[in-house]
Design a protein around this ligand. Sequence first.
Ligand code: NAD
Ligand code: DAU
Length: 355
Amino acid sequence: MKKILITGGAGFIGSHVVRLFVNKYPNKQIVNLDKLTYAGNLQNLIDVEHQPNYKFIKGDITDATFINGLFEAELFDAVLHLAAESHVDRSITNPLEFVMTNVIGTVNLLNAAKQIWGCNKDKVTPTDKRFYHVSTDEVYGSLGDEGLFTETTSYDPHSPYSASKASSDHFVRAYFDTYNMPCVISNCSNNYGPNHFPEKLIPLCINNIKNNKPLPIYGKGENIRDWLYVEDHASAIDVIFHQAKNGTTYNIGGHNEWTNIAVIRLLCQIMDSKLNRPVGTSEQLITFVKDRAGHDLRYAIDSSKLQTELGWKPSLQFEEGLAKTVDWYLANEEWLASVTSGDYKNYYDNQYVNR
Ligand code: NAD
Ligand code: DAU
């Protein structure tokens, strides 16, 4: 597979996947397709933007005509699909945008790939092509105190975001069953790390601690998430992309469950130490606020299938990964300032026009 389309490559996880693939596979051409929404930021890729095997295209996956034309022109061998609306709170305010990007956008990509690869039930699934759909553990719904999500857990999404991701997963599987599309899906737990947009819990709180602003904790802070360092997600995607059999699904997670309040207390300790503030200073910023509507209580991933079958395992402990993340944000104040002010958008929007 020589030419790989990565969608959403200017976003948080996508930028780490693009960097990994561009650097690790100099003989493969990596094409990054991104609409550059508020969450897409080409500053995330400044270190690879001039590599000869990398190209950026600004475009919208909801535009079927554009997508079909792009696939006909570029003849991609593989698609690594990360583009999405990804923030649960935004999905509660504007569900339709999530249907458009996450569902219609995914089906547009499936149709375009099916067309150029000539997939149909009368032909065997091509072994030299791949459609890799990056999804989330939120499709499985919410756990009680016990148990883990496995690849066979029934789908039970609760937010408009997770409902849209569940729908897109179903379409990908339907294209495998109906047209022999060479598809693979992974469902990952919460990521954290550099380049995370500061609307999500961890980067939001890093930014607020830095600026002595309140740390908004929904409800009582008892909801549990299973955190994975973003580079470990990228390395899992690499392994699955290259080794998984068509039609399979893998869960990705770090066996790393934390209540939100415990995460923020740990973050406060790390930041007090890094900012030379007296112990306990940042914790005073913790503010309990109204809960998120339909807030899932607990996510926890069983990634033993991926670990056993494909030999992947996470590389970092959470305390180490969180300290590394804080270091990155403190060393990249310009990035944070430009993202929070919106300046990064004006700069890049002037350089690329929609095709
Ligand atoms: P993100 O919001 O940081 O980035 C999404 C990217 O998609 C942005 O660059 C944005 O510009 C682009 N995009 C959005 N709409 C587009 C459109 N219509 N056309 C083209 N590009 C468009 O998201 P993320 O957190 O990096 O998540 C990436 C993927 O991983 C998503 O599919 C998400 O569901 C999944 N995921 C995320 C997490 C997590 O913890 N962040 C965990 C599991 C799975
Ligand atoms: O589980 C994977 C998912 O993780 C991904 O699919 C999503 O794209 C990603 O955004 C993330 O979803 P969450 O809703 O879990 O992430 P978020 O950072 O928004 O919230 C983490 C937890 O913290 C959640 O229980 C809600 C809570 N929270 C969040 C924010 C933004 C707060 O208490 N206060 C906040 O201000």
